[in-house]
Design a protein around this ligand. Sequence first.
Ligand SMILES: [Zn+2]
Length: 220
Amino acid sequence: MRLDYFNEKFDAIVPLSGGIDSTAALYKALKENPNKKYLVFRIDMVHGTSGHRTTREALATEQILNWLEEKGFDNFGFRELRIDYSALGMMPPVWDSEVVNFAASLVIQAKPEISQFVEGAIHDDYLEKGFDERLDKIEKILRLHTGKSLEELEFFFPLKDKSKVEVMRLLPQELLNLTWSCRYPKIVGPWEFGRCHECPQCGVIDKVIEEYPNEFPEGF
Ligand SMILES: [Zn+2]
């Protein structure tokens, strides 16, 4: 059973988009710290191009949390927030991670006992130009809006030494199959979403599958 948002005190907060990295960060944290209580939260980011993405990510998140519950994980609660900035046009004026951390700061204000933020950045992210600056900025967003010092709120990066393929290997295949990382899901048949194979996230996954052909579920 999930922990009750209103009655529980949580140790840490974990953003979950339903993608591979955030799912792996959550899975690893829950598994390795059974006595810690995690507040999982999802932001329904509605903007000019979010389209099917929010629907598909919501579906993935729900299935992932149900799977974790079925497997006996009982050290998490769940909360969902919607931020609609579609009035600002097609092109979101902010990075997803900035919106996520701003929303996280609201949750931490409501749950001030939270002393850890679980961040799903993986090793490959650090190789990207400008990633350190982005990380620094989103940490500042969180500190500014929560007023919490380094001692009061710690950042935890469970995947920072892992490459994409290592992160994918870390997840049981059943769980990996429930994740959704594509930014522009397409309707590929009646009642069926498929990956676009064109967005950067699909590019990364397709490259891993090409390099390790028999390792991951077919049609993933
Ligand atoms: Zn895609």
